[in-house]
Design a protein around this ligand. Structure first.
Ligand SMILES: N[C@@H](Cc1c[nH]cn1)C(=O)NCC(=O)O
Length: 466
């Protein structure tokens, strides 16, 4: 058995990195689609869609509805542990393409003429028919993207455990963040060519390419499993049981990391949806320019993440790094909230984006490789599923909260924007203070995590590389 492991494909550096490139490429396209409408908030507020900030926030949160309410993320984790990596990757890829196709259809002219559009427009008149269908499509896509995320994490553990695991996870996230960079650069350009539906169509085409890279990877995965043979087969007592969910939800390390995860990411991903409009309002610049500035946030974070991962593999200090990330998160959101528009300029905006980008590399780089240290390998997929489920509750509700708080703290502005009033813009102080509040709570939980780690001996401060 030892010999089999020694000759396994995962022992070849080249094979490991090829596997990583293939699965990361899909995540590039998936993250592109996640934020494809983010730079287009103001366009969507106007004709023909008329999506107010609350509706825009609801669509953003809608991505996570099925994962949270129907428990799809927990089910995805169980599917992963029971059915394996190959089956789950293909299912995730197809689900993303299906959901994205629906979202695209919702924004086409063709849809507005259909009986479905009349039916969807016949109830809850504050939410346009296009928004309702787009939300349904995005919710289906959301099941796929989260299923893909947990499967990719488990796949990286399979190939890199005991080797360059944090660095590999960091690189995967870097490639995914490049997808966010690309979308903030390209989505406004595509929208100029044919409106928001053109941007979504391009995102859909990219997702089809992403499905192909997942598919190609499955051949490597099959080969690795064949080579490992019985070494890869779990003993009956090692199999995943439903009762393991109880173990996950009573594990103090898991609960603290999950809490930290929902707080931290609630101040990042929902912020991404509103950041273009916030920068454009605060700096008084066009959406295209604001979107281009903001694109440096994911790319900066992405470039730094593998280096932080490399450091964590060599030196450890994972729990402390999460604390520093939470601190930087608070600093950046407080700058966005409290520096008045008259003093806020491009330099301050870029410096603040860099601070937030550093936070966005410190926390993910240390958080995801920490999970295999606190749970057993046989239910690792379910543990990732459960963490993402808790995270998705925040990602579902926070965009709605932010959209609502933006409208409530700026009475009459959305009506002015829809009517095309020159110079009408939002003040983002209240939403930014809400984001900073999540960061403060995340600092508290990072401190708790360090205490729990010391008490339970998870080794979160130890290097990953043996
Ligand atoms: N929930 C996942 C994937 C995701 C990205 N945007 C919305 N959902 C996640 O948080 N992955 C970890 C990361 O740091 O990207």
């Amino acid at each position: 058995m030892t010999e089999k492991i020694q000759h396994a494909l995962s022992e070849s550096k080249t094979a490991r990195w090829i596997a990583l490139i293939l699965i990361s490429s899909t995540m590039f396209f998936a993250y592109f689609f996640v934020d494809v409408l983010a730079p287009l908030q103001e366009l969507l507020e106007k004709s023909p869609t008329f999506w107010k900030p609350e509706v825009f926030g609801m669509i953003g949160g809608g991505e996570f509805v099925l994962n949270v309410v129907a428990g799809m993320l927990i089910i995805s984790g169980i599917i992963l542990d029971k059915m394996g990596i190959r089956f789950t990757l293909i299912t995730a890829g197809l689900t993303m393409v299906l959901g994205a196709s629906l979202k695209y259809y919702a924004l086409t002219e063709g849809f507005t003429q259909t009986a479905l559009a009349s039916f969807l427009g016949s109830f809850i008149s504050g939410i346009p028919a296009s928004a309702k269908l787009a939300m349904a499509g995005f919710a289906i896509f959301g099941v796929g993207v989260e299923m893909a995320g947990i499967t990719v994490s488990k796949t990286i553990v399979k190939w890199f455990k005991g080797k360059e695991m944090a660095m590999a996870m960091g690189l995967e996230m870097a490639v995914a963040r490049l997808g966010v960079f690309a979308v903030f650069q390209l989505s406004p350009v595509f929208a100029e060519m044919g409106g928001p539906s053109k941007s979504v169509l391009m995102g859909l085409i990219f997702l089809c390419i992403g499905f192909m890279t997942f598919f190609i990877y499955t051949f490597m995965d099959r080969k690795l499993d064949k080579q490992l043979g019985e070494a890869a087969q779990l003993e009956p007592e090692d199999e995943f049981h439903l009762s393991d969910l109880g173990k996950i939800f009573t594990n103090p390390g898991f609960l603290t990391i999950a809490g930290l995860c929902v707080l931290f990411y609630s101040a990042i991903f929902p912020f991404q949806k509103f950041a273009t409009n916030m920068l454009s309002s605060k700096l008084d610049i066009s959406l295209k320019e604001a979107s281009a500035y903001f694109s440096y946030f994911p790319i900066g974070a992405g470039l730094l993440t593998p280096f932080i991962g490399w450091f964590l593999d060599k030196k450890g200090k994972g729990a402390s790094v999460m604390l520093y990330g939470a601190m930087l998160l608070v600093v950046s959101h407080l700058i966005f909230a409290l520096v008045p528009a008259e003093s806020f300029n491009t330099a301050i905006a870029l410096i603040t984006i860099v601070i937030l980008g550093v936070a966005f590399s410190l926390v993910p780089a240390s958080m995801w490789p920490s999970v295999p240290k606190i749970v057993e390998a046989r239910y690792l997929g379910s543990a990732y599923g459960c963490i993402f489920w808790i995270q998705n509750i925040g990602l579902m509700l926070v965009p709605m909260l932010i959209g609502w708080s933006l409208s409530a703290s700026n009475p009459g502005v959305s009506e002015q924007i829809a009517a095309g009033v020159e110079g009408a813009k939002y003040n983002y102080m209240v939403p930014e203070l809400i984001f900073a509040g999540f960061g403060v709570l995340a600092i508290g939980l990072s401190i708790v995590l360090r205490v729990v780690d010391r008490k339970k001996g998870y080794g979160l401060e130890l290097p990953n590389k043996k």
